[in-house]
Design a protein around this ligand. Sequence first.
Ligand code: NAD
Length: 501
Amino acid sequence: MPVVPHWIAGATTGGAGRRTGDVYDPATGEVTKRVAFAEPSDVDAAVAAAKAAAPGWRDTSLARRTQILFAFRELLNASRDELAAIITAEHGKVLSDAAGEIARGQEVVEFACGIPHLLKGGFSENASTKIDVYSIRQPLGVVGIISPFNFPAMVPMWFFPIAIATGNTVVLKPSEKDPSAANFIAGLWKRAGLPDGVFNVVHGDKVAVDGLLDHPDVKSISFVGSTPIARYVYERGTAAGKRVQALGGAKNHMLVLPDADLDLAADAAVNAGFGSAGERCMAISALVAVEPVADELIAKIKERVATLRTGDGRRGCDMGPLVTGQHRDKVRSYVDAGEEAGAELVIDGRGVQPDVQDGVEAADGFWLGPTLFDKVSTDMSIYTDEIFGPVLSVVRVASYEEGLHLINSNAYGNGTAIFTNDGGAARRFQNEVEVGMIGINVPVPVPVAYYSFGGWKNSLFGDSHAHGTEGVHFFTRGKVVTGRWLDPSHGGLNLGFPQNA
Ligand code: NAD
């Protein structure tokens, strides 16, 4: 059985640890490989490699850094199909979706290619008589990135292109469920000419995460994952004196007003509810229908779901399996709970017949078909909890105000969407809703790379969102220089506080 190794100082290494984790092909249910689990000494080795590479990399010219970023962008673009196949084989999402996440990650690489412009500081000539003041932004040093299973390429790429472009060195701890994309990306960096040690990967579990959180040479942590772990990472990382941005879970609502185009809204609900089997932090899981639209909207969703093919992501299906058997069982248990609580089960994905390759034993894949509940109330666990699977809950409300209140009462605040043809209502919603990312007739409003990605409330711990100018700010520290070149006016003793004149 192959073992996915760590990547430290430009080379693979099995590390000191004996522990490994299973990596599955979710469409067959088979363990296809194992992944090395780091021990603290492996984390130390990765951080030491990153620390050793830091002085040289931070002093590498912006021109050279940019050339390497452009080379990486070209290699990534040319390898998209190969990387998508690696992702699908371990995550299960369909190939087109895997290619889509790479494309969105690549946008951040392209944003980072403009780093010379983004790093320009300010300069004030003659701020005081014959004194100039200017600001510069410098890298932090070694930065840690900890990522979730659902976007093994895109989420790390929210961070490392900017971290590297701004002169930092990186230790990435990807999800142990789909670890191979990170190693593939490390190989692309090497081919692009990135010096060894600037980008390192350690695999593993809590031991690796805690190793990064506690390590005195790691200056910042960028985390994405579930809310309990995000809170833990934020608290432990900041207690150790680090800068931390920790993005957590979500429960995203889509508000459909009575004047909305219901065909557009039904398409959007299906795409955003069941795309990537609902394993997206920006998935829609609560469909808030302002009456009287619910019956018609549900009928349109049913029509569309009937045309969907769930199956092996390599076979052109619409929806793949869930990531592991354990996760599939957890999501199924929510469907059971919703039924028991009295919600109306309109579409039951538990008996889905998957489309798989001839001869493959379909029964062992981690399947669960699209599932739709109606008449969901806010005390049911299918409404209160992040399910992270293909389960969409319709909550019927009487007015815009009631829908808004529901969204603003939720503990999460990652993404939300409104569907309406009323510009005034949309404008009011964007102003009043307490959520970080808003879609207006757009169901999955993931910001483009030059804006920043991040939620509010329990969806983000810390002050900085990912990428965009907030990303540049997160990965750099400000410095202000006040300078005077000696001239005859300079001299004499004055013990008073410096004053400008
Ligand atoms: P997870 O929290 O289980 O794992 C995330 C990372 O933390 C992984 O690298 C994992 O190895 C590590 N980890 C897990 N348990 C740990 C522990 N006890 N101590 C220390 N580290 C630990 O999340 P997941 O299941 O991989 O990903 C799905 C979650 O991520 C969902 O909640 C989803 O909403 C969230 N997510 C959020 C965003 C966002 O932008 N807000 C984006 C993608 C995913």
